[in-house]
Design a binder for this molecule. Structure first.
Ligand code: COA
Length: 576
């Protein structure tokens, strides 16, 4: 059965409510039985600048952002300026004639006047609700019942009082009526997907839910865009599950508190973004040295420094892997879509607990602020990570907290639970925990700590922690990581449809320790390897070069917005 896809972009000034419009529309369209992929990007300022929300509704899979749009709804002239070139040749511009002046750039594309300001004023006596006029009109374009939008607007604006809700519901009704009269021909005929057990979440929410499912009981935090919503979610929800989220004075203090809680036996997770991870770096080494399990969700944004806090970039990889003083074992992971944000968070906490190491999960602004409807995770599949506890009959005199075991994992007693005392310090120490700086001891203990990564690396391969598509006889392959998964997958499908050329795809979820054997096997038959990344320098490609001595073709994008499948199709075809 043919699938239908509709991509709508709404653009306007920050503060005008583009994001609220997009959020409510997304929920209504998902409730209307479509798969959605919704992305937003906005400036770092609270008001002003250009805010954009893009919604892709589809009765097929909607895995990635699209560069070209079927419908551009321009609330102001800035949005028209920025996005007119992205309207498909058979697409349509919806615009408010009071604010948007059309020029040659629109070419032969269709335009339909949507006087948002005038309709809002007439229906509600104010301009404030013009974003909801747009929402009502777009509901009609997606052929979704207007009641869905009105109910969801009631929930969205509920805390602002009944008058605000009533005003917005009036605006939605007016926009919907206008669209039925003036743009009925652009309605899309979707095949509605029957009721499914799904939830609509973004990457941040999925990570936060994953943390709860993983049994996290302490979340020390310090707010930073775009990771703050994870902390806010957990502050709100974790107490219901017996846990606690506490704000500290900065990232260093929050991680230090996390190590304390972890030492005391709690499962700990914190969320931050690049600058916060930099601040945490030395405390992270303390976690590695004291072998205290800890999970950090690092939501990458454009950097360095304050950089572009509300824009996406895959640029913290090198820092996550190598940003240590001394040699400090850690595991670096990267979920590949929203659903995966849930499961990789669960897995990260499990790995941290089992191997007693810090685990850094690299998501990014694009995942954080992309919403998708995903299957409700089956909680019976959640496997909790347990620390290796000392046997009950352990002799306190001979007990070694940092025992030099075969896989490097040593028994970790919980103070007050196990009657075993030990010293835990950032200084190099003996298996018993006492400071010791002899060459032989340092070598022994460094090797012991790193053996945990070797053990983990073996398991990574066994459990195939990679998403793979590897048809027979292919000569071209792509290795990607993190949020580029959807765009790469769609690009490969498109290339095959256009040219008949098949392309292999490997997308490791655990980036370090690398699933080396699996990657070597993947590279074996290839004549060309392409590594697309959303950064300027090709960080993962360099990592692979260092490990395997290969020379991949690198595709870089450092624009602050994610790859689209169309962009990748173009770039990959050039290489083919
Ligand atoms: N009726 C009543 N209120 C409405 C409304 C309507 N029709 N439409 C929007 N609003 C309200 C929203 O509820 C929101 O109110 P709140 O601030 O109380 O939550 C406000 O107007 C802004 O609307 P919203 O739709 O959320 O966003 P926007 O599209 O106007 O864009 C942002 C504003 C998101 C760009 C901006 O507020 C922001 O957050 N910028 C980023 C800040 C940041 O993280 N900086 C980085 C620091 S390092």
């Amino acid at each position: 059965m043919a699938t239908h896809d509709l991509v709508v972009r709404i653009g306007g000034e920050g503060g005008e409510g583009v994001i609220s419009c997009g959020e409510i529309l997304s929920r209504a369209v998902a409730r209307g039985g479509l798969n959605i992929h919704a992305f937003r990007t906005f400036p770092a300022e609270i008001r002003g600048g250009l805010a954009m929300f893009q919604l892709r509704g589809s009765d097929g899979p909607a895995r990635s952002l699209s560069q070209s749009v079927d419908v551009l709804c321009a609330i102001n002239h800035n949005a028209y300026d920025a996005y007119v070139g992205n309207i498909k040749s058979d697409g349509v511009l919806l615009y408010d004639p009071a604010f948007v002046k059309i020029d040659d750039r629109l070419g032969g594309r269709r335009r339909i006047e949507l006087p948002l300001d005038a309709i809002s004023n007439e229906a509600t006596g104010a301009s404030r609700a013009k974003n909801m006029v747009a929402m009502g009109a777009l509901l009609a374009v997606f052929d979704v019942p207007v009641e869905y939008g009105k109910t969801l607007a009631g929930e969205h604006f509920g805390t602002k009082g009944e008058d605000v809700v009533r005003m917005n519901q009036g605006a939605i009704e007016a926009g919907h009526t206008y669209a039925l009269q003036h743009m009925a021909e652009i309605r899309k005929p979707f095949n509605r997907i029957p009721d499914r057990d799904q939830i609509l979440v973004n990457g941040n929410e999925a990570c936060a839910m994953g943390a709860i499912a993983a049994g996290v009981d302490f979340v020390p935090g310090y707010p930073i865009t775009p990771a703050t919503p994870i902390f806010e979610f957990l502050c709100r929800e974790l107490p219901r599950f017996g846990g606690k989220a506490v704000q500290f004075e900065d990232e260093i203090a929050s991680l230090a508190a996390g190590i304390g809680a972890s030492f005391a036996g709690k499962r700990v997770l914190t969320a931050t973004s690049g600058p916060g991870l930099s601040l945490m770096s030395e405390t992270l080494n303390l976690a590695a040295m004291t072998e205290c399990p800890i999970t950090i969700i690092n939501v990458m944004r454009g950097g360095p420094s304050t950089g572009m806090p509300t824009k996406t970039e895959q640029s913290d990889l090198k820092f996550a892997i190598y940003g240590t003083s001394g040699e400090s074992p850690r595991c670096i992971m990267a979920p590949l879509d929203i659903y995966d944000c849930f499961w990789q968070t669960v897995r990260a906490v499990r790995i941290a607990e089992k191997y007693q190491i810090p685990v850094i999960v690299l998501t990014d602004q694009a995942l954080a602020y992309t919403s998708q409807n995903i299957d409700t995770p089956d909680l019976t599949d959640v496997e909790l990570g347990e620390r290796l506890a000392p046997p009950l009959d352990t002799d306190p005199e001979t007990f070694e907290r940092y025992a030099d075991t075969e896989n490097g994992i040593s028994p970790m007693p919980i103070p007050g639970v196990h009657e075993l005392m030990y010293m835990s310090t950032g200084l190099e120490h003996t298996p018993k925990g006492a400071p010791n700086y002899t060459p032989a001891n340092h070598e022994l203990m460094t090797a012991k700590r790193f053996r945990k990564l070797t053990a983990l690396g073996r398991r990574v391969v066994q459990q195939s922690h990679v998403e793979e598509e590897e048809p027979e006889g292919v000569e071209v392959g792509i290795i990607g990581w993190g949020s580029t998964y959807g765009a790469i997958t769609e690009a490969i499908e498109q290339i095959e449809a256009d040219t008949g050329v098949r392309v292999a795809h490997l997308h490791p979820r655990i980036l370090s320790p690398l699933p080396e054997w699996r990657i070597r096997q993947f590279l074996g038959p290839l004549k060309k390897l392409i590594v697309p990344e959303e950064n300027y320098t090709g960080q993962y490609a360099h990592f692979l070069k260092g490990k395997f001595g290969i020379k991949p073709i690198e595709i870089h994008k450092a624009h602050g917005v994610p790859f689209t499948a169309e962009e990748l199709v173009g770039a990959i075809k050039e290489e083919l």
